[in-house]
Write a protein that binds this ligand. Structure first.
Ligand code: KG4
Ligand code: ZN
Length: 332
């Protein structure tokens, strides 16, 4: 079965084709990061307009990459939530109406389910069950993944996503958006222990996260210190250390709680080298396997939507004719 998919929930336009017999045939992505950089964050209206402009050219390119015509497509998947309403509408309208016009089933996919199943596109792929840590600019959560449609939320952020906290703190330190990578680079020049940031929600075996306090702590520390390059690097160090220690501890608790033998990391913050090294060491010490899928499957993409959609279509599920979006949509 060949499934064509559209992803447009936030600031990436994706079009992909996944063949359940052969694998991924096309995976086109256009990132709007440069468009939003001047505003220091995603501007929803600009995102929607850009998705409108980019989706059809990407579709053409994806069909050409896969060397296939629309008539050869067996089903069409699209992200219908959660995300920005206007942005979601673009992919949902195009995906649903294209499926109608070609006469194939359509399937609406939950964006987070796409993320949870994305590691299945990577090699080696993890076996079920696993604990998924999804950590990006838009999401931070721990989920128990037992199989298709079998997901249990273990914990999630109560305020900012980890990447959002990285970006906001990076901005405070004068780094350009999105600042996660730049902040991590700056942290390598920091002096350990000059500043100690709090470890949010780390007292009880609590699996929810909270990062907005760290950002405030960074602001207060900055305002009370000599605002020089050394302080900048020391704050970056202390901030990154607090996030990593919090996230790693909660991953360990999630593994203990579920008894699952593997941990899968996805999302843009999963690119953080110190986080990767710490999680890998922790896994070795405690006897679980740690998977870091290829970065292109960890960040937003349409391949994961095509994969998730194909699994539901194979299971016999399909969408009615209504074009539905769910900007807020709990995975449960
Ligand atoms: O998954 P992703 O590409 O998309 C969104 O969720 O939008 O994640 C992007 C996030 C940004 O907040 C970015 O600053 C962060 O991932 N990020 C990092 C690193 N590389 C990207 N955060 C910390 N360390 C990094 N090396
Ligand atoms: Zn995402």
């Amino acid at each position: 079965m060949k499934v064509l998919a559209f992803e447009s929930s936030c600031d990436d336009t994706g079009v992909a084709i996944f063949d359940t017999e052969v694998g991924l045939q096309a995976d086109r992505l256009y990132s709007q990061t440069a468009l939003h950089a001047q505003y220091g964050g995603v501007v929803p209206e600009l995102a929607s307009r850009d998705h409108i402009q980019k989706t059809l050219p990407l579709l053409k390119a994806a069909l050409s990459d896969a060397d296939c015509s629309l008539e050869e497509i067996d089903g069409i998947a699209y992200t219908s939530g959660p995300g920005l309403a206007g942005a979601l509408l673009v992919g949902a309208c195009i995906g649903r109406s294209l499926a109608y016009s070609v006469g194939v089933p359509a399937i609406a996919v939950h964006h987070l389910e796409g993320h949870l199943l994305a590691p299945m596109l990577s090699t080696p792929k993890p076996e079920f069950p696993f604990v998924a840590l999804l950590i990006s600019g838009g999401h931070t959560l721990l989920m128990s993944v037992e199989g298709l449609g079998q997901y249990t939320l273990l914990g999630e952020t109560l305020d900012d996503a980890a990447g959002e906290a990285f970006d906001k703190t990076a901005r405070l330190l004068g780094l350009p958006y999105p600042g996660g990578k730049a902040l991590a680079d700056l942290a390598t020049k920091g002096t350990p222990a000059r500043f100690i940031f709090p470890r949010p929600l780390l007292r009880q075996k609590e699996l929810n996260f909270s990062f907005s306090g760290l950002k405030t702590f960074a602001v207060n520390t900055w305002q009370k210190s000599a605002q020089d390059d050394e302080t900048r690097a020391d704050i970056a160090y202390a901030f990154e250390e607090a996030i990593i220690e919090t996230v790693c501890t909660k991953c360990r608790w999630a593994i203990e709680k579920t008894g699952h033998p593997r941990l899968v990391i996805s999302g843009g913050v999963g690119a953080n080298q110190k986080l990767r090294a710490t999680l890998a060491n922790l896994g070795q010490a405690h006897g679980w396997e740690t998977f870091f899928p290829e970065p292109r499957f960890c960040t937003d993409n349409a391949a994961m939507i095509a994969y998730a959609g194909s699994q539901w279509l194979l299971a016999g599920k399909q969408q009615g004719l209504a074009i539905e979006i769910h900007p807020r949509w709990p995975l449960a």
